[in-house]
Write a protein that binds this ligand. Structure first.
Ligand SMILES: Cc1cc2nc3c(=O)[nH]c(=O)nc-3n(C[C@H](O)[C@H](O)[C@H](O)COP(=O)(O)O)c2cc1C
Length: 183
């Protein structure tokens, strides 16, 4: 059985660098790994009054996470942190019963037009994921800085260094899934 990865982009922008980074990951998957991308624009804003029952798109999101062996998040950086879109999605996923990110291996990467390539956002994301019991992969880091110089107008990446970082992250995620399934 191939390892199933659920890809999530924290940006809804059509020409999003982070969504393009996820597509790049889809191209560079190691053998024995498949990826589907979940579109976070289907999720409503979290409201505790509307979680019993969960809205259908939230049920769908939670079951996609539950069925995946791992999650790959491409996070933009907004004002030194993660986007509201991404936090909203994590909040929906984190609710009982049996929240599907608990114990789930998660790899993180991110692209921004700034000089630090989402370092601050990824630190915040690690904090949130760890808090809810997900298992974020430590290394390697994928910080794509000055993204407008790395992606072309169609979102393609020819830069070999970036491609290598993403490939290495995916190989490490594959190992991480095996390590975490033995504990
Ligand atoms: C509200 C807002 C805040 C931003 N804050 C940061 C920031 O703190 N650091 C950074 O590197 N880029 C920041 N940016 C620029 C983003 O890196 C840039 O818009 C990037 O393209 C967003 O990711 P996307 O292409 O996936 O949509 C900000 C952009 C917006 C819209």
């Amino acid at each position: 059985m191939p390892l199933r990865v659920l890809g999530i982009s924290g940006s809804l922008r059509k020409a999003s660098y982070n969504t393009a980074l996820l597509r790049l990951a889809g191209e560079l998957l190691p053998p024995g790994m498949t990826m589907e991308i979940f579109d976070l624009s289907t999720l409503p804003l979290f409201n505790q009054d509307t979680e019993k029952p969960f809205p259908p798109s939230v049920e769908d999101f939670r079951s996609c996470i539950a069925q995946a062996d791992a999650v790959l998040i491409a996070s933009p950086e907004y004002n030194g942190s993660i986007s509201g879109v991404l936090k909203n999605a994590i909040d929906w996923a984190s609710r009982p019963p049996k929240h599907p990110l608990n114990g789930k291996p998660v790899a993180i990467m991110g692209a921004s037009t700034g000089n630090f390539g989402t370092v601050r956002a990824q630190m915040h994301l690690r904090h949130v994921l760890t808090y809810i019991g997900a298992l974020p992969l430590g290394k390697p880091d994928v910080f794509v800085a000055r993204a407008e110089q790395i992606f072309d107008a169609e979102g393609n990446v020819t830069d070999e260094t970036t491609r290598k970082f993403v490939r290495d992250l995916l190989f490490a995620l594959k190992k991480w899934v095996h390590v975490t399934s033995q504990t």
